[in-house]
Write a protein that binds this ligand. Structure first.
Ligand code: SF4
Length: 59
């Protein structure tokens, strides 16, 4: 809440797949304002693949 606005970089966001059961930013957001942008909806498989690329872990 306030003048500052934060944007999530979709190329760096795995919706927490690989780390947590739920997107942690959504869990802690006090005003429930974080939504998946319709242009960046990804399957669980795609998100897990991104997780492996970002963490450099073997798939
Ligand atoms: S906390 Fe999880 S869902 Fe939120 S921006 Fe980071 S990776 Fe994405």
């Amino acid at each position: 809440m306030g003048a500052e606005i934060y944007l999530i970089n979709p190329s760096s966001c795995t919706e927490c797949v690989g780390h947590h059961e739920e997107p942690q930013c959504k869990v802690v957001c006090p005003v429930d304002c974080i939504e998946v942008h319709p242009e960046f909806e990804e399957s669980a498989e795609a998100l897990l693949k991104k997780y492996h690329v970002l963490t450099r872990l073997p798939a």
